[in-house]
Design a protein around this ligand. Structure first.
Ligand code: ASP
Length: 348
């Protein structure tokens, strides 16, 4: 009896002790984790073919493997985030880089941002039309421009000066996204005909659900304990001339701070800007001491309460992750130090 009690006590002490032993180095150095998303929206099992699902899974896996390769070799979280997002931008399935959605007037206009949790350096680009990998331009803005955010033609001029790859606007076009715009325009004109008091600003006609998802994002923790976050998107189908979403807005769609968390958001951008979602999550952790999972759920609830939808990925300084969303699904995945990859799509 006594022997049993003693053994139990010894086991409890060992568990607590080894728990501490594992925690300490994980926070400071040694651990590395990377999380990606490929957009949130009406992603239903019933409307997905096995082939499509396999393509999405393969796309996310290729991106995760790229990020893992960088982190495993001792690379920085900022390099891992950029490298991972470039893979997703090059994949026409996702609404970023090639395969971006179309604006109301039939163009592809891309937004991206990146942030280093170590020192809070950040870079962003908005409304660019000729940049093959907007995430790399965002990084160049962060490192070489002396600014945080650059937009439109000026950003493209800077890209040329910074040696960033420039492509013809036709590069971004995919037939699926073009058809998505035609459908959105048709629905818009039907609505306008049926209701003469139809005011586009109130029901902007821009579409988040259906086939518009596909924004990509990545958060990473490297073996030196540095966090980084990045997001890249074509925005929302049928967005009006000059509309910029949350993805390039530091604090709304992207945020990273070594003291708290790295965050990348996806969803109806207007609601993410109004809720300053990514920074709000970090603030809840910093000021209220909330765990990442709880803070993630809280900010997504706020988005929902205002009438918005979407999700986010978040990774805290100890390597704990959260991937909350209030849509039917969100393309998402993670890779941990042991190389274990997990990919999820639906709510369950
Ligand atoms: N947040 C992006 C935007 O509003 C779109 C998305 O994530 O689906 O531009």
């Amino acid at each position: 009896m006594y022997r049993h009690l003693l053994m139990l006590l010894a086991a409890a002490v060992t568990t607590t002790f080894s728990g501490c032993m594992q925690q300490a180095p994980a926070t400071k150095a040694g651990n590395y984790v990377l999380v990606v998303h490929g957009g949130a929206g009406t992603i239903l099992r019933k409307s997905m073919t096995p082939e499509k699902e396999a393509q999405y899974r393969a796309g996310l896996e290729a991106a995760l493997k790229k990020g893992y390769e960088v982190l495993q070799a001792g690379g920085s979280s900022i390099d891992a985030v950029e490298g991972t997002i470039r893979i997703l931008e090059d994949n026409p399935l996702f609404n970023a880089g090639k395969g971006a959605v179309f604006t109301h007037d039939g163009r592809n206009e891309l937004d991206a941002s990146i942030m280093n949790g170590n020192g809070l350096a950040a870079g962003a680009v908005a409304g660019v039309r000729t940049i093959k990998n907007p995430i790399s331009l965002a990084r160049a803005v962060m490192e070489k421009s002396g600014h945080v955010m650059m937009a439109g033609r000026g950003a493209e001029q800077f890209a040329a000066e910074a040696g960033i790859e420039i492509v013809d606007t036709a590069y971004f076009r995919t037939e699926a996204r073009w058809q998505g715009l035609q459908k959105a325009l048709e629905e818009d004109s039907i609505k306008a005909k049926l209701d003469h008091s139809y005011v586009p600003q109130q029901d902007p006609g821009i579409r988040h659900n259906d086939n518009k998802f596909g924004t990509v994002g990545c958060v990473a923790l490297d073996n030196k304990g540095n966090l980084a976050a990045g997001t890249s998107t074509g925005g929302m189908t049928n967005k009006k001339y000059g509309r910029i979403g949350d993805s390039p807005v530091i604090g709304a769609g992207t945020y990273a701070n070594n003291r708290t968390v790295a965050v990348s958001c996806t969803g109806w951008g207007e609601f993410y800007i109004r809720n300053v979602v990514a920074h709000d999550l970090s603030a809840m952790m910093e000021y209220k001491g909330m765990p990442v999972e709880e803070a993630g759920k809280a900010v997504i609830k706020k988005v929902g309460d205002l009438g918005g939808d979407g999700g986010l990925i978040a990774l805290d300084k100890d390597g704990n992750m959260a991937m909350p969303f209030n849509t039917e699904g969100m393309y998402r995945g993670a890779v941990t130090k042991d190389g274990k990859i997990e990919i999820l799509i639906y709510k369950d």
